[in-house]
Write a protein of this length. Structure first.
Length: 279
């Protein structure tokens, strides 16, 4: 059995030790409320963006930039658009943390480059930049903020304690899901007052299903749809994330929600998950 303890006078403390220890203090991200929070912006002064001052925490390492920095953006493609990405990169080989522009590939439907998060490189996103074909300047509207804020251990703990999950899994029979259409498939009691954040559906095979989700204040009460005209749907696929913008998202402790299939094709096993954040 190996025991280690640090920091103490006379006990060597290496970079890997410090990083491993400090990761328990905060997670990676921009530190909020300090300086100008590493905001990326453009002001139509050519092919460049600017990063304001700020501080960040990356995998147990601290970064500070106390003044604004200008980053050059490569020339635009004559016709196609690309999406560049401004990141803050931790490089364990070079022992450095600095800003970097990840240049995208011009395309009819461009996407930004993926972040590198490996044993030698760790990047956190600051912003995406749309570089339109034929442009010669970057404007303020071309910037999409991607900053993620660093959280302390207590903030992470508080957030985790506030997030609760509930859901219903249906795995029935062979062939098409063997339930009568326009009949309740199942129901579940809400254990705490919460606000719905997201809904996901998975099926065993590619198919289609439309489900209305309904709420009642008691199991014997009247059911009313919470979907606001945008029901939970899988369409010729195996997975879907419904748009819940128009849904009634507030659920009270003791409410019941039910699942009411309106149509189904091919699907014989279905899982529906609702994520709620405790109020």
């Amino acid at each position: 059995m190996t025991k280690r303890f640090f920091p103490f006078d006379g006990v060597p403390l290496y970079e890997s030790d410090w990083s491993s220890m400090a990761r328990y203090w905060r997670d990676s991200g921009v530190i909020s409320g300090v300086l100008n929070e590493l905001e990326v912006y453009a002001d139509s002064t050519g092919m460049q963006v600017k990063v304001k001052s700020g501080r960040a925490w990356l995998q147990g390492h601290f970064f500070e930039s106390d003044s604004e920095e200008v980053l050059s953006i490569s020339s635009a493609d004559p016709t196609l658009t690309r999406i560049d990405r401004v990141v803050l990169r931790l490089d364990w080989t070079l022992n450095s943390i600095d800003f970097l522009v990840l240049e995208g590939t011009p395309a009819a439907s461009p996407t930004a480059s993926d972040l590198s998060q490996t044993s030698s490189i760790w990047e956190i996103p600051l912003a995406k930049i749309t570089v339109s074909g034929g442009t010669n300047t970057v404007n303020s509207g071309d910037i999409i903020d991607e900053r993620v804020l660093s959280r302390s251990v207590e903030e992470i703990k508080s957030e985790l304690e506030s997030i609760k999950y509930f859901g219903l899994t249906v795995a029935l029979g062979d062939g098409v899901l063997p339930v009568p259409i326009n009949s309740y498939l199942g129901w579940v009691e809400i254990p705490f007052s919460c606000t719905i954040q997201s809904v996901r559906l998975w099926s065993d095979v590619a198919g289609s299903i439309t489900i209305d989700i309904r709420k009642a204040s008691s199991l014997g009460g009247s059911w009313a749809s919470i979907c606001g005209g945008s029901k939970a749907v899988i369409s010729s696929s195996t997975i879907a994330t419904p748009n819940i913008a128009a849904w009634t998202k507030l659920l009270n402790a003791g409410d019941w929600i039910s699942f009411f299939p309106e149509s189904v094709t091919n699907i014989k096993k279905l899982m529906l998950s609702i994520r709620g954040i405790k109020n």
